[in-house]
Write a protein that binds this ligand. Structure first.
Ligand code: 5GP
Length: 193
């Protein structure tokens, strides 16, 4: 998606440790006009899939997921990061290792909001090593629901997540795929799609 690539080039900041900061339009201040264009594109890309719910993870996936959901006219469920797991059997639970915070979270979704008959589109802002998306897939599978696909705003194609998830046979559509980035020169190269 050219418009997203241009915005990343203009406003993205490459940090040490393979981290791209996009705080000015995606992760802190949010450009909802851009989000809306992204939602339109995800709708086009997944128009052949019978999606009835969107699943994301707090916090940075929620804004994008809500705008994407308007294009599909379906509800959004976000998985919650928690420290104290409620073991009363009301929740699906998985563990997710955070790329940016270097720690592991227990992540939960209420059984009320994921059902075997659900057809889920997973949405997140970044795909890096794939732990977040893999954990979300695990939650969907625990519920006996179907993963129709994964929609990502920015995939870091030089990290392993893309292969990890695609090799499971899950369709992943990323609006921008970064082939390489250099924190010293501030250069970002995108994969042709
Ligand atoms: P993964 O689980 O695929 O390793 O990492 C994905 C999660 O980590 C995303 O939900 C995102 O919040 C965060 N993340 C990974 N890489 C980056 C990055 O380069 N920049 C930012 N802002 N977040 C990232």
């Amino acid at each position: 998606m050219k418009i997203l690539e241009e915005r990343i080039r203009k406003d993205g900041v490459v940090k040490k440790g393979n981290v791209l900061k996009v705080d000015s339009f995606l992760n802190h201040q949010m450009d909802v006009v851009l989000f809306n264009q992204m939602g339109e594109e995800f709708k086009r890309l997944f128009s052949d899939r019978p999606i009835n719910k969107i699943l994301t993870i707090e916090a940075s996936g929620i804004g994008i997921a809500c705008i994407v959901a308007q294009h599909f006219n379906v509800p959004v469920v976000f998985a919650k990061k928690t420290q104290s797991i409620n073991l009363d059997g009301e929740m699906y639970c998985t563990k997710i290792e955070s790329f940016t915070h270097n720690r592991t979270y227990d992540v939960i979704v209420s059984k009320k909001f994921l059902k075997p008959e659900d057809h889920i589109l997973i949405i997140d802002d970044f795909l890096a090593n794939g732990c977040a998306v893999d954990g979300l897939i695990d939650l969907v599978k625990s519920a006996g629901a179907s993963v129709e696909g994964v929609g990502i705003a920015i995939e870091k194609g030089f990290q392993s997540g893309g292969n990890l998830i695609r090799n499971k046979g899950v369709r992943v559509e990323s609006l921008a795929i970064i082939e390489s980035m250099d924190d010293e020169k501030g250069e970002i190269l995108f994969r042709e799609q």
